[in-house]
Ligand binder design. Sequence first.
Ligand SMILES: [Zn+2]
Length: 130
Amino acid sequence: MQNKNSIRRLVKNNCACYLGAKHGISNYCCLQDGLCTFFSQNDDLPRCTYFEQGVLPTDEKLEREYKSERNVESEFKTAQPRVNCQKCKATFSANSNRQKYCEKCRDKSANEKSKLRMRQMRKSRLDVTL
Ligand SMILES: [Zn+2]
């Protein structure tokens, strides 16, 4: 588990249940009433609902790693609306109902937009100099 240390750091800094040392137990979690799962040496891929809902979303990158490692993504997808991309017609899980394009097409259209913007900028600059 590569991100164990990042998870532990996040727990230490942000988890309201993490109390450091208490009752002679270090890395004490008040929900577990004992050792925080993420500091356990046995379980390689521990999970904690409180952490997933209240702490993990503060670190997007880690959240992605954490969920792909634990295959949480599949659970997530059922909760998200399935949408057909208006551009390539591919089905994807949208984060919101307003999302019209899949990630690929969204990136592409963002690129195209910025390209267009650059072109217009250059053109207007050209108009000024001429
Ligand atoms: Zn698409």
